[in-house]
Design a protein around this ligand. Structure first.
Ligand code: PHE
Length: 348
């Protein structure tokens, strides 16, 4: 009897070691067949009562090991089905909603800049670019700024070096690119200069110390103020709509003579007067004028043969008017709720 029992224990240990199942019901029936009321191990414990006292210790230990091995194995099998259940779920549950991918979009300032540039490209203007850190000569001197002009002042300009003769500074307008173009490009020339500019100004709803400009320059024989007006009119209508009107107000810039400031009819109230145009029906969009002969001569262009016009506008300002944004700071804060408003398919 003892001999049979010893063999049975060995056999069961072997069987338990080889057990495998992924099925909960199957594991439960294995458990019952071993440890249930009529299970093999339970039966062995019953037989244990008949074992002679001197063998009780040996068999008691063996049976306990057998029972614990069976319990452990069953726990293991159960744990494995839980694991594979979660695995298969995450791999194959095709009904789970996909993660939404939110696409980024172009910044409204980039969109506006591109739109402005594209309009002038259609008329044959070439894009010209130049450095943001410039010297005094290209930002002021060559553009006919008198030596003590207030725009050169520390209050307006961020200086990078304190060299007295020709200090380095952050360009305050992209007219500096026009000077570089006049120095190097063949005539006649039509260029458009988009870029970032810097002015030492307090940040407010209408001003920022960093903003973007697009400036244009056209030099040829017999360029007149009428050509300038025509170019601006066509631009304004492409940008703000077919029925846009423009008006020129006399102004002053050191590098143009005569100079003007350009207004467009308010595209919101159609000229009737609203709070965007402050009741005037007009919105200021740019400065312009005929290139001053001194500026042409500074770049070795014969001002008796050639004439030209120049204009310059703030990209943020155009964007504010186009999309009726009343605070310039929105363009710099990168608040996603604001940027997402421009998440459409702009064709530019
Ligand atoms: N450079 C001027 C500015 O920054 C704009 C301008 C350009 C005016 C060309 C006239 C002609 O304000």
């Amino acid at each position: 009897m003892v001999f049979v029992m010893r063999e049975k224990i060995e056999e069961l240990l072997q069987q338990i070691a080889n057990l495998s199942s992924n099925n909960e019901k199957e594991i439960e029936s294995i458990r019952l067949s071993l440890l249930g009321k009529k299970g093999e191990i339970t039966k062995l414990f019953e037989e244990f009562r008949t074992v002679s006292p001197e063998l009780k210790k040996e068999f008691g230990q063996k049976l306990n090991i057998l029972k614990n091995t069976a319990i452990q194995k069953i726990e293991e099998l159960k744990a494995n089905i839980n694991k594979s259940a979660t695995n298969t779920k995450s791999q194959t549950d095709t009904s789970m909603p996909a993660d939404t991918l939110s696409l980024g979009s172009r910044h409204p300032v980039s969109i506006a800049r591109q739109e402005i540039v594209n309009i002038f490209r259609k008329f044959g203007y070439e894009v010209a670019e130049g450095p943001e850190i410039e010297d005094d000569y290209h930002v002021f001197e060559a553009l006919n700024f008198p030596a003590n002009h207030p725009a050169r002042d520390m209050q307006d300009t961020f200086f990078v070096s304190n060299n007295i003769i020709n200090p380095l500074l952050l360009r305050t307008h992209t007219s500096s690119v026009q000077v570089r173009a006049m120095e190097s490009m063949p005539l006649p020339m039509r260029i458009i200069c988009p870029g970032r500019v810097f002015r030492n100004e307090a940040i407010s709803a209408r001003a920022h110390c960093i903003f973007h400009q697009v400036e244009g320059l056209y030099i040829d024989k017999n360029v007149s103020f009428a050509d300038l007006k025509q170019a601006i009119l066509v631009f304004a209508r492409e940008m703000f709509g077919e029925d846009t009107q423009i008006r020129f107000r006399p102004s002053y810039f050191p590098f143009t003579e005569p100079s003007a400031e350009v207004d467009v009819s308010c595209n919101i109230c159609k000229g009737k007067g609203c709070n965007i145009c402050k009741g005037t029906g007009w919105l200021e969009i740019m400065g312009c004028g005929m290139v001053d002969p001194n500026v042409l001569e500074a770049s070795n262009i014969d001002s008796k043969t050639y004439s030209g016009f120049a204009f310059g506008m703030g990209v943020e300002r155009i964007a504010m008017l186009k999309w009726q944004v009343n605070d310039l700071r929105h363009y710099f804060e990168n608040d996603l709720r604001f940027l997402k408003e421009f998440n459409t398919n702009h064709s530019v």
